[in-house]
Design a protein around this ligand. Structure first.
Ligand SMILES: NC(=O)c1ccc[n+]([C@@H]2O[C@H](COP(=O)([O-])OP(=O)(O)OC[C@H]3O[C@@H](n4cnc5c(N)ncnc54)[C@H](OP(=O)(O)O)[C@@H]3O)[C@@H](O)[C@H]2O)c1
Length: 232
């Protein structure tokens, strides 16, 4: 029997990342998931339920030294999918960009745009030619669709992530692999909040199936959970 494929999900302690881990396990994949701290996350519960199929690593994507350590720990592994889910939002959804404190701007930009790209650049050589490299963006990262403002730092950070992925894809053009930035929809999680219209249960299986379907399809796409193109 061929050995199971492996996905690395960065930011798998709770919310969409943990649900994606469960979804991949349910489809026969092995999961390496990262948490920032603690030993009683949803990912730890999954590891207990699926002995030998979940590896848990520690990573704060804001810390370059931790990314370098993770790369060393993963030496020799093959990651059929590398997916950076980790992300944060802005404390004040209504703040106009000119009123945002510098520290808040830097915090959101580093976690949502710079951190994911540092991870992708450090670990991309573990992804084979028929693998997939992805990151959780947001529909809020679409420049073309922004007709309302609000959550301005968050929007800017996800638009920056999209742009950095396009730069990465352009640099990789000679050896294109499948690459995705995903807009999952507004989903009830700690980050999405209680007013979000969609549940994890109805949304995450679509994301999991989409990632599996797009594996081996070269080039970068910005897609929603139904696989529809989102305008940049
Ligand atoms: N929910 C939505 O409506 C929605 C919509 C569009 C896009 N997204 C995106 O989807 C992703 C997951 O969001 P979610 O709704 O599941 O949010 P969530 O429940 O708040 O989970 C956020 C995840 O990111 C991790 N994380 C945050 N900062 C990190 C850092 N510096 N280093 C490593 N891990 C970090 C968290 O780890 P800890 O447990 O350690 O905090 C947690 O696992 C995010 O990128 C978010 O922007 C969500």
């Amino acid at each position: 029997m061929p050995s199971a494929a492996t996905i690395l999900i960065v930011g798998a302690s709770r919310g969409l990342g943990a649900a994606m881990a469960a979804g991949f396990l349910g489809r026969g994949w092995n999961v390496i998931g990262t948490v920032r701290a603690g030993s009683c996350t949803v990912l730890h519960e999954l590891a207990e339920k699926h002995p030998g199929r979940v590896e848990i690593e520690t990573l704060d994507i804001d810390a370059p030294d931790q990314i370098a350590t993770l790369r060393q720990r993963l030496a020799g592994k093959v990651l059929e999918i590398l997916f950076v889910n980790a992300g944060t939002t802005t404390h004040d959804q209504h703040a106009r960009i000119g009123d945002v404190a510098t520290e808040e701007f830097v915090r959101v930009m580093v976690t949502n745009a710079l951190g994911p790209m540092r991870v992708i650049e450090a670990l991309q050589d573990l992804v084979p030619a028929d693998g997939l490299i992805g990151a959780m963006s947001s529909g809020q990262g679409s420049i073309a669709n922004n007709e309302t403002g609000m959550r301005e730092v968050y929007r800017g950070s996800k638009a920056a992530l999209n742009m950095f992925m396009r730069s990465f894809a352009a640099r990789e053009a000679a050896h294109p692999r499948a690459m995705l930035v995903l807009a999952p929809g507004w989903i009830r999680t700690d980050l999405g909040g209680p007013d979000a219209p969609f549940t994890i249960e109805e949304s995450v299986p679509l994301l999991v199936d989409l990632l599996i379907a797009k594996r081996g399809v070269p080039g970068l796409q910005y897609l929603d959970r139904f696989g529809q193109v989102v305008p940049w």
